[in-house]
Design a protein around this ligand. Sequence first.
Ligand code: ADP
Length: 539
Amino acid sequence: MLGNMMSKPLLISSILTHAEQVHGKAEIVTRTVEGPIHRYTYTDAAKRTKQLANALNSMGVELGDRIATLAWNTYRHYETYYAISCIGAITHTINPRLFPEQIVYIANHAEDKVLFLDLTFVPLVEALQDKMGTIEKYVIMTDREHMPETTLPNVICYEELIAEESDQIVWPEFDENTAAGLCYTSGTTGNPKGALYSHRSTVLHTYAAAMPDSIGCGNADALLPVVPMFHVFAWGVPYFATMVGAKIVFPGPHMDGESLHELIEGEQVTTMLGVPTVWLGLLDYLRSKDIKLSSVKKSIIGGSAAPLGMIKEFQETHDVFVLHAWGMTELSPLGCTNSYNQAMANISLEERYKMQLKQGRPVFGIEFKVVNDAGEALPHDGKSYGRLLVRGPWVVSAYFRNDDMSSFEDGWFDTGDVVTMDENANIQIVDRKKDVIKSGGEWISSIDLENIAVSHPDVKEACVIGVKHPKWDERPLLFIVKQDEADLTKEEILDFVGNQVATWWKPDDVVFVDELPHTATGKLLKLSLREEYMDHLMG
Ligand code: ADP
């Protein structure tokens, strides 16, 4: 017997409509690409989004068309998110930090029809344009006054595109499983792979992300997504902030410590979200000026492991709780969060920090399973580690236009992460499967060693890879970027790390470097280091 309830499809347009009707006066503030601060309300945003949607319809954009963006976190990018998906086309965000040949590959693979781009990326797109065969029109996201001279064909100015359009529209209704958004993984090996989200998966992810013990977001919050809108839809901020009517503060392309600080204080940001690297810059700046943050309550850190030193500094200097979270492009991206919970209430700060190093517990909707290589479930003892498999309504079931099903088994998606799970269902990422160091048949976590190394005051960044060893197969090699003017020796850092781990985990050598390679999403790019240093210990 079926229930008697209405079966209204879960569509992204309902999020915007709700915000317009219920949270009309809440603000969206942007530090624009052109420079000045732009400020408007959800009512204004909804009107302009409808104008853009009408413009897309006039342009001939149809259900299922892929419309690409190459843009920073701004109000115009926000408008494209909604306008494209709400008419049934697919918002395809492209990460400008990818290698140019990857950008070309992605645009062609997706068969993008129109590209919306920020002023910053005009030269990049001019250089690639003749290789991106399917794009018919380029919309530069600015006004007439700032339109550049360009060799791009069929160029349209964003403000001119929407100016004459009506701000009324009846959003179409279609199947909630219709594709809404497309995002490619940055892929450290091989070509990027596309995760194609649906309206249903996006709306469910939005509910889940807003819940108090998940990312947690309410109407009184002011959110600063430093995580880019070109990477996994800024972790869903443009959706869940809109659903609850929180203020959104978009940093545009200005993500240095000084600009972020000005925006945080000026707009009284309560919650900020980003990968560890951006917070290094902010914390450096605050330390150098001896400033404390006054309004921020929570810093959501994910994408890479949040280092202990960062968790401590946010708490002790700025009274900011670090909410460590784990996710991936294939999960829209939210998988688990380590929110403030009962177990943290009556313990010392030092003990709490240890808990916060874990990535947390699955949010409702996502199921986790930790298995060994034979596929057998491992005990939840916080020690046994194995592959993390996940499933749920916002997890990909295949890659877009890709026959490779090697990451999918029996209805589960293999994340490629090696984790432990404790008795309270907290997971801790031990390593990426491909980064774990196999020394004499035992596993060493490169992430653990990196975390310890960066907790040394003279260390700015650390990276550990496994390199060939004549006796042990693989041994850890540590790379260090020193703090400016630090006078750190090999012996000092090796002792510092060695004293905090089992003897056989101590790295065999240290290489001091000026900088480390990163992927387009700010993760350490270990592949090139491995190639260069593979024989470092082979004598
Ligand atoms: P991309 O695929 O573009 O590199 P993703 O955001 O999809 O970017 O990367 C997901 C991976 O990032 C995860 O599988 C995991 O290895 C790593 N990751 C994400 N969050 C964390 C975290 N909090 N701690 C450690 N690793 C993380």
